[in-house]
Design a protein around this ligand. Structure first.
Ligand code: NAD
Length: 283
């Protein structure tokens, strides 16, 4: 029997969109630690190049930063050309760009009798601009990079795609209808594409992170004045059986597993990495 390891990831080329973000950086570190060559594809070119340079030095690794917008196919195609020239054919893809926006967030969890004079705080006050932006970033921003960056995998008849979903894809969280619907669509698309590509050697899976304090949700889970948890932050910890927020590094193991040949008969699944949140009914 062969030794169980992530050795098959050594020397492979992986693209990670949104790779300069909080979760992205942690996943890039996991990948380079097993010898994967990584292209961080991010809208924020300066940050992508800076993160790539720091990680290259720290891990003596091959890591580059490339600018692209996950919502523009031409920009992704230009990035692919650059990556192919520098690193070679792409064998792995992580769709990590995504996030929520205050413009697509209601101020109240439920519409109560007392709020009827302030409908702007509820569903009725949501701005379509914010709704469209969040839905596009999370859904179209997963679909388009997959269309572009899996082409080399198609030629090789081998590859692995990892989408980053969210806990709210199973049950919507209050206040964030656009983000919840978009991540539910990411799960659905993960299953659809896994079936579509199963016979040409490309696997498609996802991880669904639970709760991590990062840039996109800080305004919801921390109290600006005290720096402690907001009421919502407390609710999350109370409903997470492990009793804490996760650390982005907690996603590393499940992500490497789904990218590697260790999961070679696994496609179309979404793994929750959530301290038990999804399993708990609250009672
Ligand atoms: P982040 O905001 O720290 O990083 C997101 C990165 O994506 C940034 O570097 C940003 O520049 C980049 N980006 C934004 N728009 C882009 C575009 N149009 N094209 C290319 N790059 C773009 O976010 P994060 O917390 O690291 O989240 C990463 C992923 O994990 C997202 O899909 C997010 O929805 C998901 N997620 C996060 C949490 C959490 O608690 N933070 C929980 C569940 C799921």
């Amino acid at each position: 029997m062969n030794k169980i390891s992530f050795d098959d990831l050594n020397g492979k080329v992986c693209v990670i969109t949104g790779g300069a973000g909080v979760i992205g950086v942690s996943l890039v570190k996991a990948l380079v630690s097993v010898g994967t060559k990584v292209a961080i594809v991010d809208l924020n070119e300066e940050l992508a190049k800076q993160v790539a340079s720091e990680i290259s030095k720290e891990f003596n690794a091959v890591c580059i930063g490339v600018k692209a917008n996950v919502l523009e196919k031409e920009s992704l195609e230009a990035a692919k050309e650059e990556i192919n020239q520098i690193l070679g054919p792409i064998e792995l893809l992580i769709n990590g760009a995504g996030g929520n926006s205050p413009m697509a967030t209601t101020q109240v969890e439920q519409l109560e009798e007392g709020d009827l004079d302030h409908l702007e705080k509820s569903f009725y006050g949501l701005q379509m601009e914010g709704f469209d932006k969040v839905f596009a970033l999370n859904f179209k921003g997963t679909l388009l990079p997959t269309m572009v960056f899996t082409k080399d995998m198609l030629h090789a008849r081998k590859g692995s795609v990892l989408n980053i979903s969210s806990m709210n894809s199973y049950h919507p969280l209050t206040k964030i209808p656009a983000y919840s619907a978009a991540k539910a669509s990411v799960n659905n698309f993960t299953e659809w594409l896994a079936v579509h590509l199963a016979k040409v050697g490309i696997r498609v899976n996802a991880v669904a992170p639970g709760f991590f304090i990062t840039n996109q949700n800080r305004f919801l889970v921390l109290d600006e004045k005290t720096g402690g948890y907001s009421a919502r932050g407390n609710k999350i910890v109370t409903n997470t059986p492990m009793g804490k927020f996760g650390d982005p590094d907690d996603l590393q193991g499940a992500s490497l597993y789904l990218l590697s040949d260790l999961s070679s008969f696994v496609t179309g699944i979404v793994i929750p990495v959530d301290g038990g949140f999804n399993a708990y009914s609250g009672v």
